[in-house]
Design a protein around this ligand. Sequence first.
Ligand code: HEC
Ligand code: HEC
Ligand code: HEC
Ligand code: HEC
Ligand code: HEC
Length: 217
Amino acid sequence: MRERVITLGLLVALFFGVLVLAKGAGEWRSPGNQQGYAPPQPIAFSHRLHAGELAIDCQFCHVAADNSRYAGIPTSDICYKCHKFVTAPYAAVAEERRKASEEKREPRPIVSEELKKLYEAMGVADPLKPVDPSSLEPIRWVRVHNLPDHVLFSHQAHVQAGVACQRCHGPVETFERMYQYETLSMGWCVHCHREVNQTGVSGRPVHASTDCAACHY
Ligand code: HEC
Ligand code: HEC
Ligand code: HEC
Ligand code: HEC
Ligand code: HEC
């Protein structure tokens, strides 16, 4: 506990130090405040398609959201549950079938450029060329959200209290490319904690702490 008090003291000192620096630097941004950040991803994965049109549940892919700090990014195995069979958009497959029957031949298998990257990462791109598993590189998804290390945040507390993903991440089921919807600033967290203590979450009363030590080491 004593250590905690000392770290908090340091944090407060840091805060004022940073304020001074911020004045000097003019355009200082806290590292967590990256609202709108939308880095390109190694595969053009669409939440609009998967979570919107196909209505796949968020936690089908983000399996740890209700029981750990991190929601988790899905492994390729989860994608492969479907993409073992779905190798290209349906329209492209239908078009090839139409052509094939017109030309009186067997339809050729169609693999989209984006999904080819998934198959390469999994070593299943070419069934005739077995791959050495140790040479496989996992898909390097680029992290979008990043809280600073001195902040304590856990998905579990929020998801179990019934806070919807969208309340913090926005209408993800409409995003063609993932981006940071909110500021993730301290004011944003504290504002909601005050609000839910008044309103509850879906009618259920909650106690979301506004003590410094609830969110800081
Ligand atoms: C079919 C699997 C799948 C489904 C369903 C899905 N996601 Fe994702 N999600 C991913 C993948 C893959 C990434 C990493 C690539 C990216 O950022 O687009 C990701 C990234 C994210 C991120 C950003 C993580 C970071 O890097 O900071 C958030 C937030 C997120 N998803 C929220 C949601 C929410 C909310 C839903 C439901 C509305 C949802 N996801 C449904 C697969 C999925
Ligand atoms: C109370 C706000 C809040 C809610 C509710 C919330 N998130 Fe998050 N999410 C965050 C914050 C803040 C971060 C950044 C955390 C960090 O950097 O440690 C984050 C990061 C993520 C990430 C990337 C890092 C990780 O944890 O793996 C994913 C994926 C994600 N959220 C998905 C979801 C999904 C899916 C849901 C709903 C089941 C959800 N989130 C609900 C605030 C929230
Ligand atoms: C529950 C089934 C399901 C899961 C799980 C799933 N997908 Fe899909 N995905 C689909 C379907 C169906 C389509 C094709 C929709 C259409 O006809 O356009 C698709 C389309 C795509 C496309 C677009 C292909 C193109 O070239 O236009 C990409 C890329 C993709 N998925 C990547 C992923 C990744 C990466 C994951 C894992 C994080 C994943 N999918 C998980 C069902 C799924
Ligand atoms: C949309 C509203 C909302 C936002 C935004 C939000 N929280 Fe929460 N937070 C809650 C609710 C609701 C609870 C659960 C309270 C309960 O279980 O009674 C909670 C609980 C917590 C807890 C568990 C400790 C406790 O109070 O019992 C921590 C830690 C926490 N939040 C940190 C954060 C941080 C850090 C952020 C910003 C990055 C944040 N929260 C943003 C609503 C929110
Ligand atoms: C509900 C969660 C929450 C509570 C309660 C909270 N903080 Fe924070 N705090 C954060 C988050 C999130 C950040 C990171 C903000 C960013 O990166 O933009 C932060 C950042 C900071 C910083 C670093 C400077 C900055 O703005 O990035 C200091 C110092 C700080 N908090 C001190 C405090 C003190 C002192 C208290 C108690 C009066 C407190 N915090 C209460 C969530 C919280």
